[in-house]
Design a binder for this molecule. Sequence first.
Ligand code: ZN
Length: 327
Amino acid sequence: MSTTRSTLPATLPAWGLFLNDVHVKDGFVNGFLSEADIDKVLDLHGRACLTDYVKSHVDNFEKRHKNRGESSRLLWSYGTIPADGTPFIVISSQELQCQRGQPKKYHVKEEERSDHVYDKKPRTHLQKGRKEGCPATGCVKKLLKFPSHTIPVESKRSEKQRVINDLKEKLASKSVEGLPTYFVTLPMESVHNHKLIGATRRMNSDIRNKVQEFVSDNITNTKLIKRLLRKYVQRQYSSDVVKPHVTDRSYYPHERDITNCVHSIMSAGKYSHLDQLNLEKIVTDWIVSDTTKPIEERTKVYYRKSSTEFEGDALSSVEAVIGTIET
Ligand SMILES: [Zn+2]
């Protein structure tokens, strides 16, 4: 947790403490984040605001920068990104909008319309109710900063130009590397114009991975997984500055979310993930240790999944079904 400001804004939320050069304006928190902190802070922000954000397509300029580094636009400041004396390039930009932002357009199905032939409304309707035109938006910009070319912010224009010219030359000869940094603008809770209850949030990827672990261990009972998840969440995030709220469906999924998740994992065949890893290790060990056959024969292996349930010792159950192909 760090910030270069000696005086932090009084209204700064807990997740804002991770930002560098942080400033708050009209309920929006602006600041820099390292690559190591970006995902964590977006998670914390989601927990605090108890709402998901619709993400725009990422405008990605990274490829262009890599191909034609010398022609990328070098900047000292840009929009809300303040000047700190270090030149940078914007390599991607993504807009975020609260899921209760703009009313969503949807199309009426043919059969629905046929029941109401007297209804002369257009086919595209604005959905009422759930979307409330929330003004909470955000932006995540990925920058490439060049600390090797940092100069005092108040430097003269000619000095800035000299530094830019030097940097352009070094970029062209690929003799300088930028430091990936993020600049974020994120809304505080007060910007949202609706109750923050977390009931519409999607399952967090960490929670989904945990469910996958349970399924790998042959735990598929919804109620049991729900109990285990609750314990996991309380333990895992107990020291975080923003703990998941009990109404946050992202961390405390409903039973039907868990059932759907288990079903999708099993139908994707990922339930055997751990077995596969164990099996891979066994096969590798076995091939290396078996020096009685030429290598071509050693690599010919097959396995079939054990049909019996196993408890705890996944290694021994898959071990029993490995063998060589008879030739
Ligand atoms: Zn909102």
